[in-house]
Design a protein around this ligand. Structure first.
Ligand code: GLP
Length: 241
């Protein structure tokens, strides 16, 4: 099932997640690793960069897949997830460019781009380790409530609540993408190991929905209650205390 662990504060949560990623890379240097963006992920990326700088971890043989990307932003746009991962992680580590995979948010045919991305993930055997954040509405990557369990990487419309939660990154709403490419719940369930991190009281409702086994159609992250090797690492605020 979904194993829940509580740490004291966002920094301790991030250190725990980074420690597990580093441990997995030591066991299997050619790891296929899935990584999210966002405020929960940021201190994890920082801890990975610090560990790399100290010579404690190498990414030279692994493949990193972004779990989602907005449609309509250039990869160089400061708000794209490609740029986020580049700025916070990839440009500071020894990951070869060809081993960094992000859906192309400007692809003329987003469904075709989603299929291409899914294929390159499948070619590397799917995720060995998948780290994810948690949406306030219970989403994983951009699998919003109502996402089918068997969905693979695809082109999706974002929920109003997700647009509101992420509007802080955009000066005005007409600049904010309303569509994205995301990995699917099927690929998430196929990952050998999944780590979800959630911090702060804005995530308490989603964490409670997972712990109370709300239907997956209501809280997508609850699907991991049925995963053999998934853990949810939270701070006290996300745990509701
Ligand atoms: C965003 C992203 C997710 C991310 C989640 C949580 O909308 N699409 O991949 O994990 O929401 O983000 P944050 O950690 O900033 O709360």
């Amino acid at each position: 099932g979904f194993h829940v662990e509580i740490r004291r504060g966002a920094q301790k949560v991030a250190e725990e997640v980074a420690g597990r990623i580093i441990a997995a890379l030591r066991v299997r240097p050619a790891l296929t690793l899935g990584l999210p963006t966002g405020s929960t992920a940021m201190p994890v990326h920082a801890a990975l960069v610090a560990a790399h700088r100290e010579g404690r971890v190498s990414f030279a043989r692994c493949d990193v897949f972004a779990v989602d990307e907005y449609l309509g932003l250039e990869a160089s746009d400061a708000r794209s997830y490609a740029r986020f991962l580049r700025d916070h992680l990839v440009s500071h580590i020894d990951l070869p460019a060809a081993q960094f995979h992000v859906p192309d948010g400007l692809a003329s045919d987003p469904s075709e781009e989603a299929d291409r991305f899914a294929q390159s993930l499948a070619q590397r055997g799917g995720f060995d380790l998948l780290f994810l954040g948690l949406g306030a509405n219970g989403h994983l990557a951009f699998n919003e409530p109502g996402s089918p369990r068997d969905a693979r990487t695809r082109y999706v419309q974002l929920d109003e609540s997700t647009l509101a939660a992420n509007s802080r990154f955009f000066r005005n709403s007409n600049e904010q993408p309303t569509e994205a490419i995301t990995i699917g719940l099927a690929e998430i369930m196929e990952a050998r190991q999944v780590i979800v991190a959630a911090t702060g009281e804005s995530k308490a409702r989603a964490v409670a929905a997972i712990r109370n086994s709300q239907p997956v159609s209501v809280c997508p992250a609850g699907i991991l209650n049925g995963h053999p090797n998934a853990c949810l690492i939270i701070d006290e605020a996300a745990g509701g205390s």
